[in-house]
Ligand binder design. Sequence first.
Ligand SMILES: CC(C)(COP(=O)(O)OP(=O)(O)OC[C@H]1O[C@@H](n2cnc3c(N)ncnc32)[C@H](O)[C@@H]1OP(=O)(O)O)[C@@H](O)C(=O)NCCC(=O)NCCS
Length: 430
Amino acid sequence: MNEHDCLCRNFEYFEKEATAMEIRSTTDEDLDAFVDTVHTAFGHFPKTPIAGGGRWWSALEMDRGLLALSADGRPVGTAAAYSFELTLPGRTLAPVAGVSAVGVLPSHRRRGVLGEMMRRQLSEVRSRGEFLSVLLASEAPIYGRFGYGPATFTTRLTVPRHRAALAVPRARATADAPATGADSGTVEVLRRAECGEVLEEIYDRYRRSQPGALSRPHRWWALGAGQSPVSSAPRYVAVHRDADGTADGYASYSIGEPTTLTVDETIATDDAVFTALARFVLGHDLVSQVVFRHVPPEHPLRWQLADIRAGEAGEHADWLWVRLLDIPRALTARGWFTDGELVLDVDDPFLGERCRYLLTVREGEAGCVPTDRQPDLSLDVRDLGSLYLGGVTPSTLVRAGHILACRPGAAALADALFRTESAPHCVHWF
Ligand SMILES: CC(C)(COP(=O)(O)OP(=O)(O)OC[C@H]1O[C@@H](n2cnc3c(N)ncnc32)[C@H](O)[C@@H]1OP(=O)(O)O)[C@@H](O)C(=O)NCCC(=O)NCCS
């Protein structure tokens, strides 16, 4: 079996299916119609006039958009893609398509419009050489059928101020490992409008070493196209600087009724900086509780509270969904931390592809080739998307009945091989 046999089914079949409807790429001239169709699909009246797209839509890459048109030429569906970089385990960076603005008019639903747009989009993403596509799902049941699996998770953590004391860290500093919580830096409170490019610089440093994080292209910051603090919505931003004055973390926050301090995101280039920023917001006067909107589910902050019950985790949610489009490239691009071999029988029903791969890791270097060997695991490509960044273990998906372990010990072997150095996390909204 060779690689070509595995990837051979082309997209002719999909194009034949699209008969009564046309799907075409967008240009800059389509912006207003595109945005109007997305608003109608989501049932949102635009807050600002649509002409020119508005700030939120200004980062759209119109050469990557798709419009579905009815037989009489009216737009009935939309799909966009942004060009991002995704940080993989091992801190390698991969170009990815960030799928967004997916919508079909309520009058044209459940006739296969989304399915056709997904086929066309995946074909285009592949032909650009991107081997991964990612998205945030409005509803969990939509995207599994197209090969996407939930891969990163996020939690809202609420801490009442009167129980917000942090425990004194027991860990003692050594030359190699400074004590977590020991902070020789400073925190300055700025208004969002005063921050210049410092948030962009901190975020960029952070995302390069955080598996699961996406780049935020400069134009997003320049245009204010995104949620706070990318947008210019009024916010206070606590900016942390190290002892040399280099900015290395921030917490963007607002205080609303009833005296809740809500942190949009805490971006820190290491754990001690996160602790310093957490200590800062938790110590804010005239506040009854602090809500951290986005923390990784296993974040150490809960363990740092003197009262471990003080941190109430809620809204545990899937965040980034991942879809592999070239399995050998994807598996050899990420870092691996344990040597071993695994045979994966991967089914991709949406693209009509099925192949068995031998994954070999030797001294951190991965090889992935088609094989006829007996499989260790049999799985759908969406489950491989969930495993890819290390956000869930193979054995969890075996126990859930998603993945078939084809021989005793296969799940444990896969757990060891897929293990990553830290849990993936993504805060970028797109
Ligand atoms: C989600 C949406 C784009 C689906 O468009 P659509 O053209 O109706 O989807 P399709 O007809 O191509 O459906 C393809 C399959 O997905 C299923 N599906 C579509 N939307 C679904 C949903 N919201 N929940 C569960 N299944 C869904 C369909 O039943 C169909 O299944 P089948 O292949 O087994 O028959 C559309 O309902 C919409 O615009 N919703 C509001 C905006 C939104 O949520 N967009 C997604 C942003 S991430």
